[in-house]
Each structure stands twice: as C-alpha cells, then as structure tokens.
Write a protein that binds this ligand. Structure first.
Ligand code: HAM
Length: 428
C-alpha cells in the first residue's frame, strides 16, 4: 500500500472488537454524568480560528499545535484542539438558562510529537458547568471524574489540586513570579529563557531539570491568594474531605491552557509512565465566557483522555469490566438449506437477543469456526433433522457441554435461561 493510503502519524484505527472497550467507556461516562444532570451536547469538529485563539495565544496548544487552514470559502478555520472553547461558543450563541451543564465526547487535534499516550487525533470525554461560582460545584465536578474512573475500573488515580487565583490576585502574583524568575533567568531552560515574559506561569510545570531546579524556590500562588479566592479554595478542600476524597496539593499545577482561574486539578493515572500519566484535567474558567464576548459568567469543567484512560484500564487489568456483556448472545449455524436460519435469526433479534449467522451456504465446519470467532455464548444449530422436526440444537460455545435439542417455540426462553440476567457494563 502506498504511504499516502496509510493513516497519518499520530492517528489510529479502532477495530471491532477492540472498540468494545471504547463503547463501554462511553456508556459508563454518560451514565455517571447524566446521573448528576449533565446533558449531551454536540458541537462542530472545526470552528473559526478565533474561537480557539481566545483560549490562550501564549500556549503551545494554540501557538504551535493547531491544525488551522483556510477553507475553500476563504474562512480561516481550525480543527478543535479541545472542547471547552466550542462549548463556550455554543453557550454564548444560544444563551441557555444557567446553570448549564453539558457533557460531550469526541476527537481533538493537536500537532504533537506522537508517542505512547500522545496522539495528533485523540478523544476526550468532557463536562462543562457554566453559570455558577459556587465552590460546591467544583467539588461535584472533581468527584464526578473520580466516580467515572472507579466505575471504569481505574482505581489508582491521584487527584492533584491547586488554585490559580483570579483577576484580583493573579496579576500581582505574576509580577512576583516574573521578578523571581528574571533573577534566575540564566538557570532556566533555553525555551523559557527566551520567552519568559509570554507566560511565566508555564515555567512552573516545565519538565526540564533546569527549570524544575529554579522553580523549587519560586513564590507559590497559594500563598498569595486574595481573601475570596482563599475562601473558595478552603470550601473546595472541605467539600472533598467531606466526601472522603484524597488529594495532593500541587502548587506547580498550572495546566496547558490560559483560561484557568481559581480551582485547577488533574487526575494522574498511577499505573502509567509518569510522562504521560495525566488521564484527565480541568478547572475553573470564570473569565472565558466574557473574554469570548458573552456575559460575565463563571464556569468549571474537565476533559478526560479516552486513550490514556484505556491505557490505565489495561495497565490495571480491568478491560473485561468495560467489555463484559457486549458481545453476541447467539450465532445461528444453519445447514438445512431452507429458510430456517434466516427466520430464526430474525426471531431472535426481534426478541431483543444479539444474534448473527453465516451466509453463502458455508459448510457446517466453516460455520462453527465463524461461531467460535464471533465471541457468541451459544450456537443455535439447524440441520436437516432439526428443520424437519421443528427443533433447534443449542450448544454452549464457551464450555464443552453436549448439544441439546429444544422445540423451535422454546428456543428464545432456553437462550434467556442459559444467558442469565443481563450484565450492566461499567457499573460499580
Ligand atoms: P487538557 O489537559 O489539555 O485539558 O486535556 C485533557 C486530557 O486530554 C489530558 O489530561 C489527556 O488525558 C488528554 N490529552 C491531551 N492531549 C492529548 C494527546 N495529544 N494525546 C492523547 N491524549 C491527550 C483540556 O483539554 C481542557 N479543555 C479541559 C477542561 C475542560 N478544562 C475545563 N473544562
């Protein structure tokens, strides 16, 4: 195959049956957040470039990693690098009543160096709660992420927590930090030495040893919060503690987007390599709606990386929890040559069972091979004898029990009896 017909670097295909874990994760997420009043929102995968420029012109995500281009109508558009800006754009455009709670799932695009857990097209599960500054909402949002991980089978998650202050206390802290970093400029990594003034806060979470050494002695935003921000953060901490949620204060957690105010948090998947173990993250963005031309409206949300979450599920050996109950119930093996296979499959599907069959008049042996490969629990067998007698052979494909014969009218009840009660995917 010529190289232009292969998938681009940093992208991947998810094939059946690997996709079962994806489906399980999505169902699990929808169930978790819908139980707290979040409704599904769909927004375009591309927007006017300006929508995303507002989330941080000094950030790598916007400056270096965006897939932006002029379309055939001469519009400068960009594939979304994250969901929040699109949701805020939709909020401003449709002005729904607040508080407005939405969830979404979809692809995002960042031109990054591909590696394990870092892709150019990746998927996020996202919630946004727009229109309330109440710190109890911060607790709800943070706790929902953890509830989802637990339901998905990711048990080793560390919650990292910080407050970045607001437009009252952040500018003064920024100056303080900048003054400190300027004093230590020669010790910073090359990149930050060159563009320190663009966004001094980014130095705090720079992974280069030089910056990390300098940052050790840097002033911390948490020690310089204004009174309302300090009270907000205290209430968030008290709420988490009341729910029995452990967290680690990380004063260097500034996150990769410019819009954050007050509470910021990240979920670290401890079963993953530390470089790529941020399985999700989020925070408050009380100034973003106004900066995008909407009314002054506080908001908070998070996005969880699907690929990294699945890597964490796998590392913890829990994939079966997501895929359980997702495969076929029965596979119809029909070598009677008449209508029985077609009609039996339709009747099973009509009764709500997950059923497949073979086509093209394959040999019994080939059909049994297909049945085994299909992952179905049971094979229903219709040979000439069964077709003549109005019966069906029922064979357990997972065990080695003998095939038994039941009346055609009894077959749905027999299948149900053998399958037992339905499995709820991802439930805790
Ligand atoms: P973010 O931290 O940029 O936040 O992304 C959230 C999650 O998406 C990360 O923790 C990671 O799991 C995943 N992720 C990011 N980049 C990649 C990549 N290149 N490959 C694979 N996974 C990746 C946001 O996007 C914010 N919009 C979150 C938010 C929502 N804040 C408030 N509301």
């Amino acid at each position: 195959m010529s190289s232009e017909l292969r998938r681009p670097p940093g992208t991947f295909d998810v094939l059946p049956t690997d996709s079962a874990a994806w489906e399980g994760l999505l169902v699990c997420f929808a169930r978790t957040v819908e139980s707290a009043g979040y409704g599904l929102i769909l927004t375009p995968t591309f927007e006017d470039l300006a929508v995303f420029q507002r989330v941080g012109e000094a950030t790598d995500i916007v400056r270096k990693e965006m897939y932006d281009f002029e379309d055939k109508g001469g519009r400068h558009v960009a594939l979304r690098p994250e969901m929040t800006a699109s949701v805020v754009r939709a909020f401003i455009e449709h002005h729904p009543p607040v508080p407005w709670k939405s969830w979404s799932a979809g692809s995002n695009f960042r031109f990054e160096r591909p590696q394990a857990g870092r892709y150019r097209e990746f998927h996020q599960l996202d919630i946004e709660a727009i229109g309330s500054a109440d710190p109890d909402l911060d607790v709800e949002v943070i706790a929902l992420g953890l509830e989802f991980y637990a339901a998905a089978g990711v048990t080793r998650v560390e919650l990292l927590l910080n407050s970045l202050g607001d437009s009252t206390c952040r500018p003064a802290y920024r100056e303080l930090l900048l003054a400190y970093l300027e004093e230590h400029r020669s010790g910073l990594c090359e990149d930050h030495r060159a563009r320190l003034e663009d966004n001094p806060l980014r130095v705090l979470d720079c992974k280069k040893p030089a910056c990390q050494k300098v940052v050790k002695g840097a002033p911390r935003q948490l020690d310089h919060l204004c009174e309302p921000c300090a009270a907000h953060f205290a209430r968030v901490r008290a709420g988490l503690e009341a729910l029995g949620i452990d967290y680690t204060i990380d004063t260097r957690l500034v996150r990769g987007l410019d819009y954050y105010t007050r509470t910021t948090f990240e979920y670290a998947g401890l079963a993953l390599e530390s470089a790529q173990n941020a399985v999700g993250g989020g925070g408050r963005y009380d100034g973003l709606v106004a900066s995008m031309g909407g009314p002054d409206t506080p908001a908070i949300g998070f996005a969880l990386g699907v690929e990294r979450t699945l890597l964490a599920v796998e590392a913890e050996g829990g994939t079966a929890r997501l895929t359980g109950g997702r495969g076929l119930d029965v596979f119809v093996v029909d070598f009677a040559g008449g209508d029985a296979g077609r009609d039996l499959t339709a009747a099973l599907r009509g009764a709500g069972l997950r059923a497949d069959r073979a086509y093209d008049g394959r040999s019994p042996k080939a059909q049994f091979r297909l049945a085994d490969r299909s992952g179905a629990r049971l094979a229903l067998v219709v040979g000439p004898d069964e077709a003549a007698a109005g019966t069906v052979g029922v064979k357990d494909l997972l065990g080695d029990a003998e095939q038994v014969t039941v009346d055609r009218d009894e077959v749905v009840a027999e299948v149900r009896r053998r399958l037992g009660p339905p499995v709820r995917t991802g439930s805790s």
